[in-house]
Design a protein around this ligand. Structure first.
Ligand code: MG
Length: 291
């Protein structure tokens, strides 16, 4: 249970109240009013508990405005816990640990050879001024990324905390504020954009750090000479949201036919101030030994 005090930080702005309400109504909501809550306008008295959407909205709004009542709500059933920054394992290539130097050395402004230009604030890189990509191209790999979406309560759907990670220059693992959604879809956080919705709910709240661990397998020629599809497994906050998913083709963050050639990893500027930190990658061989 989260209590009202968890949301005290949000009580100062009408816009923020609206955001909490909107996220909350998408959650499995159960309200416990251990005391009777009298609404400020005096036109409704709520007793005990209710699960109705309208009642939740009223109670939450009034509790936030007036600080009245005792309010508790269930967190999403499968919400994972994001650990503190995950240290790169031995053998990993650190792409970004918080420095300007790494931004310039390891990233470029997308489609150019100019140094990566995103601002660094509090050791995080902040989306702004267009996409960046890794300078280096990668084939198969395990990629660790931590991200934080901004709190944008007056925005909705794809306009709320949108960014994304483009694998092999064309397949997007979506980054979005999808906190509180009961049934995330193919455009939500943890999706392969427009193709595959996350398997379970793992999103944390905006302004909280979240983790992606992405295992990518590029297309390659099989015994019959035909190119296989790319595959991806995505662990979001410790939960598997994509399970060896076979990617149908470019998702829109990039274009072109599937290829077995290594390519860059894109970090998308979708106009929202998403932040990234602690990015490392372990390039993987095509297969292990035959021992
Ligand atoms: Mg996106």
């Amino acid at each position: 249970y989260a209590t009202l005090s968890d949301f005290a930080r949000v009580a100062s702005s009408p816009r923020i109240r609206a955001g909490i309400l909107e996220n909350a109504v998408e959650m499995e909501i159960q309200i416990d009013c251990t005391t009777t809550v009298e609404l400020l306008k005096g036109d409704l008295v709520m007793n005990n508990r209710t699960t109705s959407r309208g009642a939740w909205q009223s109670a939450a709004l009034l509790a936030l405005i007036g600080g009245v009542g005792v309010l508790a709500l269930h967190k999403p059933t499968h919400a994972g816990q994001a650990p503190a920054p995950v240290a790169p394992p031995p053998g990993a290539t650190v792409l970004f640990s918080g420095t300007e130097e790494e931004m310039k050395k390891n990233f470029v402004k997308r489609g150019t050879d100019q140094d990566g230009h995103w601002k660094i604030e509090d050791s995080a890189m902040v989306v702004g001024g267009g996409d960046i990509t890794t300078r280096q191209k990668f084939a198969d790999y395990q990629l660790h990324v931590e991200f934080k979406t901004p709190f944008m309560p007056d925005k909705h759907g794809q306009a709320r905390g949108n960014s994304g990670i483009g694998l092999q220059g064309k397949y997007e693992v979506q980054v979005l504020d999808s906190f509180g959604l009961k049934t995330p879809g193919t455009g939500d956080c943890g999706s392969i954009y427009n193709q595959s919705a996350p398997l379970v709910v793992a999103s944390r709240a905006p302004k909280e750090w979240q983790t992606y661990d992405i295992v990518f397998r590029r297309p390659r020629a099989g015994a019959d000479g035909k190119l296989s599809k790319a595959r991806v497994t995505v662990i979001h906050n410790g939960l598997a949201v994509q399970n060896n998913y076979e990617i149908k083709g470019a998702t829109g963050i990039g274009s072109g036919a599937d290829t077995d050639q290594p390519d860059v990893i894109i970090f998308q500027d979708h106009g929202n101030k998403v932040e990234y930190r602690n990015i490392w990658i372990v390039p993987l061989p095509e297969q292990g030994s035959s021992k």
